[in-house]
Write a protein that binds this ligand. Sequence first.
Ligand SMILES: N[C@@H](CCC(=O)N[C@@H](CS)C(=O)NCC(=O)O)C(=O)O
Length: 202
Amino acid sequence: MKLYYSPGACSLGIHVLLEEIGRPYEAERVDLKVPAPERPLASVNPKSKVPTLVREDGSVLTEYPAIAYWLARTNPERRLFPDDLDGQARVLEALDYCVATMHMQGFSRMFAARRAATPAEQESIAAMGRDIATRALSRMAATLDGKEWVNGDYSIADTALFYCSTWAPHFNVELPGNVAGHLARMKARPAVQAALQQEGLA
Ligand SMILES: N[C@@H](CCC(=O)N[C@@H](CS)C(=O)NCC(=O)O)C(=O)O
């Protein structure tokens, strides 16, 4: 298997999952400063985004939730996805919320604001993103109440919250206590430490 990643991008969460699973894989760094169509990655994944996973049979899987789900289901012994239907629905609910709302509608706006044409535009795009990310972090803090992990047991949802949490300090977004605690527990996991190390972020 081969993971295309960029240091500290959302691909970090998939990098963590590959380390949790412990099967051999390659990791190829992608320079996201290169315009999307010019990246060598574009010939593998026409979306030119990370994470991109090339599987053992050569087929390419994209989109964080799909990659995380596939990795969990193909490695059931790692217990990264619950067996019960309600647990599965809850994990997918949290995973989608972190990726589609907290990341794509919240933090992505704050990243994109840096490229806005005028300071006024920058401010308004960043403010909208900050508001969405902050509210999503509060929701996840409520979900974590009384629990170590998002769904009680560690799962693919935790890796999605993790990568979003690592972005908060870059935008002076304060993590609610439960999410800060979750981030600390994530950082204590050997798989997380290995992924951070490989991405040069330890
Ligand atoms: N919906 C995609 C989002 C992936 C994504 O936005 N990746 C970012 C890095 S966090 C990226 O590759 N950005 C480069 C670009 O947009 O050109 C997923 O779930 O995997």
